[in-house]
Design a protein around this ligand. Structure first.
Ligand SMILES: Nc1ncnc2c1ncn2[C@@H]1O[C@H](COP(=O)(O)OP(=O)(O)OP(=O)(O)O)[C@@H](O)[C@H]1O
Length: 441
């Protein structure tokens, strides 16, 4: 992070990145002195309500973060920044997004946690858009022009007021990661479904195991007075409580519980009660030693695709185990009327043999599985995510014996079929499982 003093003294001349968070009430005009070089501007966490029209002079700007500022209207001047690819307005107070303010160059737009009631029709001009984050707004519908955004891959519309999913959503050729929980058009957990509960006092919280967008995970020892169905050691996820870019913690909890048990799922054992600060939480099976994240999350450059460490390699057996396990768990969650919404290598843990463990229902949506057309369409959107995962891991396969070429070829054909631009042409997870069952390493 840089300081206002550094900016005003001219010490930042030539910089390509600027991050200032110091209670700014007005846009510091000295930023314009950096116009020749500035590519990334982060002014999140200030008190800005507007941007001056001179902002358009920042002609090299690619990324702008304006989250946590009290903007009520999306600044029109951004529409003139023709190189802007990523725009962040999370947790502002945006109510309106006027026509023609989102530059056509935008590929990643974050409008999470605002009060937006309507999107402009001109969003349809943003044909490069890949990632659109709209969770936690007041949208009652999506503009039909959004159907022009044929490059859209990831869409978050949870926690809005959408009464229906428009039919054109299922014609978007690249859409693979969708979340729409907490809308009138999504489903809720079946009433009367008894959920096991664990009292906070029955757990001895130990060290922190990790932290995600929605919560913090601790290891916990189960005290003798706890119900006997709990193992001696568990993981406890304490939710932070606020809306994330994927949706609401309530939906994550509901989906985790509705998913039930599967060998490739991190088991959800109970709902936590009596937290001292009334926080919501889940008691989870502890991920065994020896599991590691298959990949890292996408970067600003890859936008929707995961990052793999340099030097990553997988054996064919490992990839087959991963593919079989993930396809099986995906079939299982859809059979329970759940769209996972975030089927990604970075959400998959694997062990040495490539056996996957899947968790993180942060972007999951419960849907009406009895509506077969809807269920099939949603499943096939997730099938594309599976195809992307295969596309990501297959280049890392090492194999010596030429006999294995055939298996690799079959995996590549499966990948292609899962990535079919026509949603209905893609195989179901049951078909994918069948095709994988024949393959040997
Ligand atoms: N059941 C568990 N047992 C052991 N460790 C866990 C368990 N669940 C989560 N963790 C640890 O906590 C980290 C955060 O988990 P979580 O599922 O909340 O978030 P994430 O998937 O990493 O991030 P995000 O929710 O932001 O996508 C994991 O990467 C893992 O290291």
């Amino acid at each position: 992070m840089q300081t206002l003093e550094q900016l005003q003294s001219g010490a930042l001349r030539g910089t390509s990145q600027l991050k200032l968070s110091c209670g700014l009430k007005h846009f510091p005009m000295e930023i314009l002195d950096l116009a020749d070089t500035l590519e990334v501007l982060d002014l999140a966490g200030n008190q800005l309500r507007s941007l001056p029209h001179e902002f358009a002079q920042l002609s090299r700007l690619r990324i702008v973060f304006l989250s946590n500022n009290p903007f009520t209207e999306f600044p029109a001047v951004l529409g003139q920044c023709v190189r802007l690819e990523m725009i962040g307005f999370k947790a502002c107070e945006l109510e309106t997004v006027p026509e023609n303010v989102i530059p056509a160059s935008c590929r990643w737009l974050i409008l999470t946690d605002n009060q937006i009631t309507q999107l402009p029709a001109s969003i349809g001009n943003c044909t490069h858009m890949q990632k659109l984050m709209l969770a936690g707004n007041q949208l009652e519908s999506l503009p039909p022009e959004l159907a022009n955004c044929q490059n859209l891959e990831l869409l978050r519309i949870s926690a809005n007021r959408l009464t229906e999913l428009p039919a054109w959503l299922f014609s978007l050729p690249r859409l693979a990661w969708l979340a729409f929980a907490s809308n009138p058009c999504s489903a809720s957990a079946a009433a009367g479904h008894k959920v096991p509960e664990t009292n906070w006092k029955e757990l001895g919280i130990e060290q922190q195991l990790g932290e995600g967008a929605s919560g913090i995970i601790y290891k916990a020892r189960v005290k003798p007075e706890a119900p006997s169905y709990l193992p001696e050691e568990v993981a406890v996820k304490i939710f932070k409580g606020s809306v994330t870019s994927d949706g609401l913690p309530e939906d994550e909890m509901q989906a985790s519980l509705a998913a039930g048990a599967h060998p490739n799922l991190v088991e959800t054992l109970a709902v936590l009660t009596h937290h001292p600060d009334q926080k919501q939480g889940l008691v989870l099976g502890l991920i065994p030693e020896g599991y590691f994240n298959l990949a890292g999350s996408p970067s600003f450059a890859t936008i929707t695709r995961d990052m793999f460490n340099e030097g990553t390699t997988f054996t064919l057996d490992q990839v087959l185990n991963m593919a079989k396990g993930i396809a099986s768990v995906a079939r299982h969650v859809h059979a329970h009327g759940i769209l996972h919404g975030d089927l990604y290598a970075h959400n998959t843990l694997v062990n040495e043999q490539g056996n996957p463990l899947f968790g993180d229902f942060g972007a999951a949506t419960l849907y009406d599985g009895a509506n077969r057309e809807l269920a099939t369409n949603l499943e096939k959107i997730e099938v594309r995510a599976f195809g992307c995962l295969l596309e990501d891991v297959l280049p890392f396969v090492t194999f010596e014996a030429s006999a294995r070429q055939k298996t690799v070829q079959e995996l590549a054909t499966l990948q292609e079929d899962c990535l079919q631009p026509q949603v209905t042409q893609r195989p179901s997870f049951a078909e994918i499982e069948d095709r994988l069952a024949h393959l040997k390493g």
